[in-house]
Ligand binder design. Sequence first.
Ligand code: ASP
Length: 452
Amino acid sequence: MAQKTNSGYQGKILDIIKNAGCKIGDIILVEKEDRIYEGTLIPRSEYSDNTHIVIKLKNGYNLGIRITSETKIKKIGQGIKPSFTVPPLPKQNPNLPKVVILSTGGTIASRVDYRTGAVRSALSASDLYGVVPELSDIAQVQTEIVFGIYSENITQTHWSELAKRIEEHINQGVDGVVVAHGTDTMAYTAAALSFSLQNLPVPVIIVGAQRSSDRPSSDAAMNLLGAVQIAGNAPFAEVAIAMHQNLSDNVIAINRGVKVRKCHTSRRDTFKPVNASPLARIVNGKTTILTKKYLKRDPTKKTILKPNFCEKVVLVKFYPGFDPKIIKYHIENDVKGIIIEGTGLGHVSKYCFEAINTAIENKIVVGLASQCIWGRVNMNVYDTGRDLLKMGVIPLDDMFPETALVKLMWVLGQTNQIEAAKNLLKTNISGEFSPRTLPAEIYKQGDFKDDN
Ligand code: ASP
């Protein structure tokens, strides 16, 4: 089996590098077909081939060189290790609210190594504090690393552990909690924490960045400042996400954890509220609370921790030509819950009915959310919907599929009694169901008006 390293080099090419006595960061000379190249040996993608090395030339460009049996590689200089050192932590002002920043990883906790060109997870929570010293003007900040992973690697076990750590910090008397997290699955974690941390006395604000904190266009510092400001001062005590509201660098939107979704792969204003308005907005450092409908901050409240999640829950998207054997497969694999992402008002083709009915007969909880994302399911309009309702499929109103999935994982982590699970799935726990959707809450990209 090919040897693997963090550098992305493996197999034959790794042997050639090692035999030449070279390491990542070393300055090397490569002699090939009467040409000589000089540069720093840098890491490559782990999916790269077995025949090229990549060097950073003195002019800053990266160059891939195919290595043949005639190519000679020689080390001419010692590798310099990345030189980033964290600045000393700023002084704490005892009159400011106490906020803990828990770091879980993601781009917000990454730096580009400009010498090698790679993005690496390099910042702990206290490093983040060190590189955004303005935080000390808005809160007394405490920091802790809970994990150091990209959010695509977060599982139900991480959600449980994170919820427990948050509860411990709240019990120790912080005025607010900030969770630094990768953006990819941030909304799932936000939903998970919204269900697992109930009766919160203080806010829990999740924050991330689309660009690492040392890039000129980074959103990390501004998002973090906004998150800490809200965590320490907001009148509400809910789980929410604080990220750029638009492309300008002065507006942060704070959206409820069960009603927000990552909607753009790369833009900094990627998080949009779905069927909801933001809880608050910060413009140039000034907070405006946009609704009166929130759970109030109240330090006398005691958090109710419910950190269990069932892993045997799946999300199944219906599409034209969908094969109902996929549902049968899940039944055979002993799943306990299925969220179907149906079409429009809440439909799947009739040829799927038999498989869905079998799932329900096997005591699997089946919920239906719409793949439209915006709007709500109404399964009474067409006979397809009515047939599914009759079968026992639970309509999930305006809860969008990912929140529905996390909620069913959480529900089945609380009870294995089928009727109790169905009732809990239908109960509004953290604002995941809204009684009505305002016109301004549909596809809204920009400013929101007060909805009072
Ligand atoms: N893949 C990264 C993550 O979710 C992207 C990010 O942090 O924005 O951890």
